[in-house]
Each structure stands twice: as C-alpha cells, then as structure tokens.
Write a protein that binds this ligand. Structure first.
Ligand code: ARG
Ligand code: ASP
Length: 712
C-alpha cells in the first residue's frame, strides 16, 4: 500500500503536502508571542504564564485528572463542561431526584454539593529538566534506560524545595528527547454549584456529538473550597471558598469571523510525528477493529436503555464514554483519508531523507517493525476493546489481578479497601443480565475476527452469536463475579464486606467460577501468544520513534515543532472560523438559539427542549445576551488545535477575557490528533453569552452572575 501511495503522492500539489497553518499545542513558557500578536493578541506571553506574578494560568486547572476548568469569580467559581461534571451530576441523581434530567442550581453557597474524591490541579511552575533527567543515560538501552530515568526523576523530585501541599510531576516531551517538571497544587474540596438539565447540557447527545453545527449548552459549575489559609484541604463544612490569584473576566461581546482566540488547557494525547506506516495501520486496521467492537456493544446497550429508565440512568455515563471514541475513530479514519494524511507523510519523509540520508535507515527499520507488529497489534486492539466493553470480563479481570496479588503476598488492608470501593462503584452501574448479552455478542465477534493462533483451543464454539447469548446467560447466572451467585453467604454486588469475609474461600470460589475460567482462558492465550511480541516490538518502535523525532527536529529547520500532547498545560491559538468540509457544503462559525428550536423533537431523549427555554425563545426574553442579529449565540468554531482533555478549557480573546468554553471538535477534522489540517480541523465552543443566558434567564441564578466580572 505504501508503494502505491508513494506514486499518488507525487500527484498532490506540493503546497498541500506541507501547508501547516497554525495548529500546535505550545508549552506556556515557550509561546510564539510574535505570531500570536500578529494574529491579533493584545496581551503578552507573560500575562498568560508567569510563575512570579498572578497571570492567566492561575485561573486554569486540570479538573479531576482529565478535563480542564477555569475560575470565573473571586470566590473560586469554576466553569467546566457538563460532560466533564457528568459523573458527579449522575452520582447525585436518583430516579426520584434526577439531576441529569432536571438540572441543579444551588440557591446559595450552603446548598452546593460536595464530591468526595474530585480534585483540581493548579500548575504553579514549569521548568525544563532535560539535563538532570537524561544524565548518565547516553549509552544505555532498555530496560536499563527506563530504570536510570526513573531513578533520575526521583533524585530530581527530592532535590526540589516545595510546600507540603505541592507535588512535582516530571513529563517526557518529544518522545523522551526532553523532560519538563511541573509544580502542582491540588485542591480537594470541590462542590457542585450548577448544571443545566441534560436537554441543554447534553442537547443532541450522541447524534450531535463531534458534529457541527452544534447547539449543546455543554457546561456545569463547581466551586473550589480551601482551608482558612486558602490552602488545599480535604472536604470540611468549615472550608471556605477559594480566593484565586487570578480569575477570568467573562466577555459578552459579539464575535466576528477571524477574531483571535486562544485555548488554554490540558490536552491529553496526540501523535503528530508518526511515520506514514503507523498512520496507515491506524487508518486501515486498528481504528476499524476498535470501531467494530464498540458498534456491537453500543447497539446492545441502546436497545435496553431506550425502553427502560433505570437502565438509562445506570448506563448513561458509560454509554456516552463508549460512544464518544467510537464516533471519533469513525471521523478520524475518514479525515485521515480525506486529508491524504499517509500521502502527505510519505512525501514529507521523502523530503527529510533528501536532506539527511540517515533518516532512511530509521524509516526502513520503522517500516519493518510496524509490518512485523501488525498482526499482534490487531489482536491487542480487539482484546483490549473486548475486555473493556464486555463488562463481565472486565470484572473477571479485576478479580484475576486480585488473585495474582494475593498469591504473590502483595495484598494488604489498604489494597483490599481500595479494591472493595472500586468494585462497589462498578456494581452500582452494572446490569449482569444486560451485560451477559453484550459479553456474548463480543465473544462471538472476537472468535470470528481473531486469527486462530491467538485463540484458546476450542474457541470455535463461540462463533455463533445466538448460541452464545444462551450460553453466557447460563454462565453469568451461576457466577459469583456477576453477583448473581453467592460466596461466603453473600452476593459480591449486594454485600461486599460479607462476600470478602473469608478471603481463602473467596479465592477458591473465584478460581472455580465459570466466568473466571472463561476469562482466564482468553487472557492466558493472549498473554502467551500476542502480548510478548506486541510489547517487545513496541519497545523497539518507541526507541526508534524517539530517534525519528530528533531527526525531524534537526533536519527540518523551517518547521516550528511543539511536543505532542501529554496531559500537560498547553496553549493553542487560532481564529474564529467556519469551514467548507465537503463539496458545496459550507459552515458558518456561529449557531443560535433558533437552531436549538429547529432541532427540537418533543419527548425525544436527545433533542427534547425544556419548556422554559422555548418560552424564553418565544418571548425573545434574551436580556443582555443577544447578538447583533437579535438571537442568543449558542456555539462557535475556531481553528484552535485541541484534543481530548481540552474539554472545559477556556477560549480567550485578544485581551485574555473568556469568550467561550471548549468542548468538542468538528467531526471532519478529528484526525487532528494525528494530522492537523487547517482546512477541516475546528474546535467547538459554547458561547459565553449562552452560558450566562442559561444561568441568568433559564436558571434564575443571578447571584452567580453577580460574582463574575462581565465585559460588555
Ligand atoms: N466529543 C466530546 C469529547 O470528546 C464530548 C463528549 C461528551 N458527549 C457525549 N455525547 N458523549 O469529549
Ligand atoms: N470532547 C473532548 C474532551 O472531552 C475534546 C476534544 O476531543 O476535542 O476533552
């Protein structure tokens, strides 16, 4: 395939192969201040990040380890996405008091709801630490190299003077060619302040997810609480609202196409510097495999969720998260094709080799390794997706790890407590009957799609889906793992303490359990036949990718490189813009409340609209929040290069005022994780006008608006 591509690549216009306008996720201490100013920025890089003085970074936090959030009042009021706070909103919901459906608005601070376990992280400082971390590693290869680096990281951390409420995290950049150290402060008392009903916060749900034009009010609000000295503390009713060093003023000015914006947050993972062969494998083998597994899981869950309310609530969060990447991968595959990602890479590699012939050796080796790894990588993709989505097997996996730990003498009181709490939350949102069906169908898929050498002996019997559904239900019914059979006189899902009261007995019973035996057989075969080769080839690929990265940087002097996203704080910038993703299709940059009403389907689980919002629309009761066209703007797009983890990130204007809340990307551009293309890649934000309109007019929570600094 690569050869064929090589030919067709020469037919592409050269400009297209190298066009790379904007794009990039920059470390805040290394901003392209000049380009940002040329694009319209009116503040300086130091206003964005300054460890010595209050700066915008003091208002941007990582929310619960995944998303981003920002502070928008002097009283620690936090704004993030509805889908980022979804787990917390769901946790406070019951069938009788369904905050997902009805929304939640605290009427004063004492009504705000605590969320044990939720944290936010501030980045206090960023320092490059490459020399210290790579010291003495020059001639080492794996596994000595990893050991030495971990050791150096420990030494580095211990050498830093920090407060007892701070920690240091050291992260590799450019595939380990550089290292950066982050000083972090973690706050632990985070309370839910407000969330619109999901008919606003998740409007359009999975149908509209990753889609533009978009009309989702994807926001929720929390508040950071601190001890009396404004320092991090565990939850206590005596804690007080956190006083930030900086909070973001909220702009409700109209937006115009080409306005400068930047997005400040914690992008999770990108792989922009892979060789063509890796991109081709993702596009033609890995993504399609993962999509196929999730197709089956989602369809099976959906059938039940549509007809049963309790199941809908139970599975809401899980379903959304499985559907999210399923749909993203579909868009990614299309986008990679459409943007000629592989061809572009092949051409780029050709131009690199022309300048530096050593790169040819690196690429030849990478091609060979990826080709050799392909069958193992494919099995790895199917195996991991099946185990993740067949929850009964995922549970068995937890128990299998437990047994291994017990037998190795590694299970202590603390480990047991953590395990019990993990299992309890798993069982809370698990339906064994429903999942028996999912598991049965996924096993059939696994049996049909996996090369025979990776399958346990006799696995052919799982190829028939209908037969499987009966068989797995039978196994599930008689299993202690599913909670349907008892151990130590109790069900693991109903009384975990009792079920764990005699652990010898528990381990013995688990080992004889039919679900456990089924899973152990699959895992064993995978661990013996595919995993060792997959991993050892991956180690070699990683080492070469590090070299290839370095060669790209030293050879392509014209390009400005940024390190791939790795959940560290980054700035991306661009312009407010619509797009033309297909022939004769062109998208505007802004949607409005009128579009919400256009999409309205009464009673629909994705497109229902609350009556109050319809009334406000009919009365044109828009307060300060309409734009020059007389309607309330809802969402807008720009060319900012974002990824998963940027959800909840602030979109700021030229002056550093909040103008939008990032929450998604346009489907046609989701290959931006691998190949950002300014023609199709757009980030999607909720307009601040819509957020304030909902808080003020829909939720009658003016007390929250009064806390903010509004720029009119
Ligand atoms: N696609 C967005 C992101 O990756 C939003 C996901 C949440 N919404 C949903 N319907 N699943 O996180
Ligand atoms: N929706 C993503 C998030 O949750 C953002 C993205 O992938 O564009 O972080």
């Amino acid at each position: 395939m690569i050869k064929k591509i090589l030919l067709s690549a020469f037919l592409l216009p050269a400009a297209m192969a190298f066009a790379q306008q904007y794009g990039g996720m920059w470390i805040p201490t290394e901003l392209n201040e000049k380009e940002m100013k040329d694009l319209g920025m009116k503040i300086s890089a130091k206003d964005i990040f300054n460890p010595q003085k209050a700066s915008i970074k003091d208002a941007v936090v990582q929310f619960n380890g995944g998303c981003t959030a920002e502070i928008i009042s002097p009283k620690g009021l936090l704004l993030t996405n509805h889908h980022c706070g979804f787990g917390q909103i769901q946790a406070h919901s019951t069938v009788q008091n369904d905050l997902l459906s009805n929304g939640f608005w605290a009427t004063n601070m004492s009504a705000e709801l605590p969320n044990p376990g939720v944290t936010v992280d501030f980045i206090v400082d960023i320092k490059e630490a490459t020399d210290q971390i790579l010291e003495g590693t020059d001639n080492l290869t794996e596994p000595e190299l990893s050991k030495k680096i971990s050791n150096n990281i420990e030494v580095y951390k211990n050498s830093q003077k920090i407060e007892n409420y701070q920690s240091i995290s050291v992260k590799p950049m450019y595939y380990g060619n550089k290292y950066y150290a982050y000083t972090i402060e973690t706050y632990k008392d985070i309370r839910l302040v407000g969330a619109p009903p999901q008919s606003i916060g998740k409007f359009g749900s999975d149908t509209d997810n990753w889609v533009w034009p978009r009309h989702t009010g994807d926001f929720s609000m929390f508040r950071i609480y601190a001890d009396k000295n404004n320092k991090p503390a565990e939850y206590s009713k005596d804690n007080v609202p956190y006083v930030p060093k900086h909070f973001l003023p909220v702009s409700i000015k109209d937006k115009n196409e080409n306005d400068f914006t930047f997005v400040f947050g914690f992008p999770g993972k990108t792989t922009e510097y892979l060789p063509a062969i890796a991109v081709e494998k993702i596009m033609t083998e890995i993504d399609p495999a993962k999509i196929a597994v999730r197709d089956v899981a989602l369809k099976t869950l959906d059938e039940k969720m549509r007809v049963d309310n309790a199941t809908r609530i139970k599975y809401a969060s899980k379903y959304a998260s499985v559907a999210n990447y399923w749909k993203k991968w579909i868009g990614e595959v299309e986008g990679l094709r459409k943007s000629n990602a592989v061809e572009k890479k092949v051409m780029y590699e050709g131009s690199l080799v022309a300048k530096n012939s050593e790169i040819k050796t690196t690429l030849d080796q990478l091609n060979k390794l990826y080709t050799e790894q392909a069958p193992y990588a494919l099995n790895n993709a199917y195996y991991s997706e099946v185990i993740r989505n067949a929850e009964t097997l995922a549970l068995a996996n937890i128990y299998s790890n437990y047994i291994t730990a017990v037998e190795a003498g590694r299970m202590d009181e603390k480990g047991i407590a953590a395990l019990k709490s993990k299992l309890t939350s798993f069982y809370k949102d698990y339906s064994p009957e429903l999942d028996a069906k999912v598991t049965a169908k996924l096993l059939a898929l696994y049996a049909n799609k996996t090369a025979p050498q990776f399958l346990p002996a006799g696995f052919d019997k799982f190829k028939n889906e209908t037969q499987n559904i009966q068989n797995i239900e039978e196994i599930s019914k008689n299993s202690v793992i599913t909670g349907r059979a008892a151990v130590n006189g109790a069900s693991l899902s109903a009384d975990i303490d009792k079920a764990f009261s005699n652990q010898d007995k528990l381990v013995k019973t688990l080992k004889k359990d039919p679900v456990y035996q089924l899973f152990a057989n699959i895992k064993d075969t995978y661990t013996k036949t595919a995993d060792p080769q997959f991993s050892s080839l991956q180690t070699k690929i990683d080492a070469l990718q590090k070299k290839f990265m370095q060669q790209q940087i030293t050879t392509d002097k014209e390009r400005k490189f940024f390190p791939d996203a790795n959940s560290t704080l980054r700035v991306t910038y661009g312009k407010v813009k619509g797009s033309s993703p297909r022939d004769a299709v062109s998208y505007g940059y802004q949607t409005h409340l009128a579009g919400v009403i256009e999409k309205y389907v009464p009673g629909d689980y994705e497109f229902d609209v609350p009556k109050k919002l319809i009334d406000l629309y009919n009365k044109k009761d828009f307060g300060n929040y309409k734009d020059k066209g007389g309607d309330v703007p809802v969402g807008f797009t720009a060319t900012n290069h974002t990824t998963g983890g940027n959800s909840g990130s602030p979109a700021l204007d030229a002056y550093g005022n909040l103008v939008g809340l990032n929450f998604d990307r346009q489907w046609e551009g989701t290959m931006s994780d691998i190949n950002y293309d300014p023609r199709f890649s757009r980030n999607i934000m909720v307009d601040t006008k819509y957020i304030l309109f909902i808080i003020d007019k829909f939720a009658d929570s003016k007390w929250l608006i009064d806390e903010m600094k509004i720029i009119k």
